[in-house]
Structures are given as structure tokens and as C-alpha cells.
Write a protein that binds this ligand. Structure first.
Ligand code: PLP
Length: 367
């Protein structure tokens, strides 16, 4: 068997290859490549999917995050609450605006521990950034309640949670703004960099369109210092194809996660669970191994299985955030996650044979 790679992307493309190729040719031949009908249609279709009034296409997930705080007016002197165990882009969305991240530890589902948010709220707190990590919704009932109680803005990082719900409502529709990435390896992947925001607020949608285009609504009339963060026609067109198959993609991942859950029985391995009320779209299948994680990773690698750690260095300990002055031990739960988690391969088009082989290898690992 060939090496099994975590995050493999070609099989998802091949399943609907003709449609992607036809769309690519259609866009190439249209003679129109930036801000046209593909982006407009994508924005309508994606908003409908998520269940919001508006969506605005952007160049990446990081842009969605930092522009979200920008249009909400959050900046220097403001604090934003975010979970400690996230991809560093979540935190950069805050700090690019010179706002200060305030970290909260995760719960046993790797989502923000809602029982630990309130103690972090100060008179400088302006927003909560919820990250639906690994594809599972955070406990949105409680997060929404706290935002109302303390009059905080709510931003959702949905880069890993396309289609995930809490109590039947889709992530990206709870907050003032939902931020999405369509980086190729995400559940809803483009074929290059791409992102979007969702919102019910027409003014926030309008501002986002201004910011993504050099701060101009009318050509050569610039109201604010913006960005060049437009979703291009090619990616928008290809994403419209991907969007049609999102239910299929999500169902396939659910089946793969179920097979892992049933098949893995090594007592050294802690399997992921889903909280009551939440659904998980299994962007990653993250197992946890106390003490022996690196040995298991090496063992799987020797057996031609590539796994990844999401994420080995938590943002508060990364060199980029030295200036925050935090040190090892400040977020013990976040730090133990970084030392113990391991993402097994899970991707569109994974075969039963491949998965059974991975399960056998995980089960035959000894400390
Ligand atoms: C991928 C990701 C991002 C960044 O998205 P890009 O499109 O790569 O900029 C942000 N947050 C999380 C949680 C992510 O997984």
C-alpha cells in the first residue's frame, strides 16, 4: 500500500473532476476574473447554506478574522477572549488589530471551556472569538448567553467547522460575524487560498465589501485604509461546485469517524467525543495519548502512515507572541493538549482498506 497521508486532497477532486474542470474552463473563457457573477452567486449560495442573510467572499480565513475585528471596531486597548488551543491564525486575527488576546482553557471536547469564560471578562473585554476546533461546535447556548449578558461581540472561527451545528443551528450563524477559510485541506476546500465571512447585519456586510477592496465602495474613492482581500472568480466558481457536495462530504467524514471509534481499541488511546447538543464534521480525527504520543507518531510513520499534531506549540508559547509575556505552565490544559494530541488521516475518498490498516496499526502499538 502507498503511504497514507493525513489531509490528502486529490481524491475529493477526482470524485467530481468533470464538474470542477468544466467550471474552471468556464471561468477562464469568461474573460472576467475578479468580483463578478461567480463571487456574487457564491456569496448568496453560501449564506443560504450557513443560514445567514449575507456572506462576503475574501482571500483567506486569516483575512476573514482580522477584517471581522476591524469592521467591529475592535483594536488597541480592547481584549478579546479566545481559547488557548487553537491555530495561531485565530489569535493573529485579534493581534493584527492591536487588540489583546485573553486565553481560556479548553474543555474535554477541545472547545472553549464555557465555565471558565466569565472569570476572564473585564471592563476592557469587547468580544469572544469562538473557535469550533477540529470540526465540532462549541457550546453556543452558553457563549451566546454570556455575550448578551456582558454586551460583547461574538465572532466565530469556522475554518474547521463547515456544516457543524449546535442545537440544529449552523456554526457561523450565531455570532455577529462568522469567519470561514476554504484553504484546500479544509472540509470545504478551494483550489488555492480563499475565505469568507457570514453575517445577518447588512452594515457589517457592506463594510466588509469596502475593506476587502482597498476601502472603496465607489471606484477610486477610498473611505478607509483597507486590504486587497477579494475572493477571485476562479475559486468562487470552484467553491460553488464544492458547496453542492457538502452534505455528501460531511456524511462521508461522519462514517469514517464512526469506523475509527468502533475500530480503535488500544487502551493507550483516548478517542474524541462529541458534546451534547453539538455536531462534529470531523475536520480532524484527533486522538490523545498520554506520555507516548511521539512514539505512536513514529511507529505509524514507520508503517507508512503520516499523522500531524494540531498544534505542537500553542499560540501563547509561540515566538510570535513573546511580547505577551506568557510562559510554560500558564495554560496547563492547553499545553497538555499540545503534548498529547495526534490527528489520524481522515479525508474524502479514504478507502476502507486504508482505514482498516490504520486502525490495525494504532491497535498494535505498545508503549
Ligand atoms: C485554517 C485556519 C485558519 C486560517 O485560514 P487560512 O485560510 O489558512 O488563512 C484560521 N483558523 C483556524 C482554526 C484554521 O484552521
Amino acid at each position: 500500500m502507498d503511504r497514507i497521508m493525513q489531509g490528502r486532497m486529490d481524491r475529493g477532486f477526482m470524485r467530481h473532476q468533470d464538474e470542477y474542470e468544466n467550471k474552471a474552463l468556464e471561468v477562464l473563457r469568461s474573460g472576467w476574473y475578479i468580483l463578478g457573477k461567480e463571487v456574487e452567486n457564491f456569496e448568496k449560495e453560501f449564506a443560504t447554506y450557513v443560514g445567514t442573510k449575507y456572506s462576503v467572499g475574501l482571500a483567506s480565513g486569516l483575512d476573514a478574522l482580522w477584517l471581522a475585528f476591524k469592521v467591529l471596531g475592535i483594536g488597541e486597548g480592547d481584549e478579546v477572549i479566545v481559547q488557548g488551543n487553537t491555530y495561531i491564525a485565530s489569535v493573529m486575527g485579534i493581534t493584527i488589530n492591536d487588540a489583546t488576546p485573553v486565553f481560556v482553557e479548553p474543555d474535554e471536547y477541545y472547545q472553549i471551556d464555557v465555565s471558565k469564560i466569565e472569570e476572564k471578562i473585564t471592563d476592557k473585554t469587547k468580544a469572544i472569538l469562538v473557535v469550533h476546533l477540529y470540526g465540532q461546535s462549541a457550546r453556543m447556548d452558553e457563549v451566546v448567553r454570556l455575550c448578551k449578558k456582558y454586551n460583547l461581540k461574538l465572532v466565530e472561527d469556522c475554518a474547521q467547522s463547515h456544516g457543524a451545528c449546535f442545537n440544529g443551528k449552523m456554526t457561523g450563524s450565531f455570532g455577529d460575524i462568522g469567519c470561514f477559510s476554504f484553504y484546500p485541506s479544509k472540509n470545504m476546500g478551494a483550489f488555492g487560498d480563499a475565505g469568507a465571512i457570514t453575517t445577518d447585519d447588512p452594515e457589517l456586510a457592506r463594510l466588509m465589501k469596502i475593506y476587502r477592496n482597498y476601502g472603496s465602495e465607489k471606484r477610486y474613492y477610498n473611505m478607509v485604509v483597507g486590504a486587497n482581500s477579494r475572493l477571485d472568480e476562479m475559486q468562487a466558481g470552484l467553491l460553488r461546485v464544492r458547496l453542492k457536495y457538502m452534505d455528501e462530504i460531511t456524511a462521508e467524514r461522519a462514517e469514517l469517524a464512526k469506523r475509527y471509534a468502533e475500530g480503535i481499541n488500544n487502551p493507550l488511546v483516548i478517542k474524541p467525543r462529541v458534546a451534547e447538543g453539538a455536531t462534529c464534521v470531523w475536520h480532524q480525527y484527533v486522538i490523545r495519548v498520554k506520555d507516548n504520543r511521539d512514539n505512536l507518531m513514529k511507529y505509524l510513520d514507520e508503517n507508512s502512515i503520516t499523522t500531524i499534531i494540531h498544534y505542537p506549540i500553542p499560540p501563547h508559547l509561540s515566538e510570535a507572541y513573546n511580547y505577551l509575556g506568557m510562559k510554560a505552565g500558564d495554560l496547563p490544559i492547553t499545553e497538555s493538549c499540545a503534548n498529547e494530541v495526534l490527528s489520524l488521516p481522515i479525508y474524502s475518498g479514504m478507502t476502507t482498506e486504508e482505514q482498516d490498516y490504520i486502525i490495525d496499526c494504532v491497535n498494535s502499538f505498545k508503549a
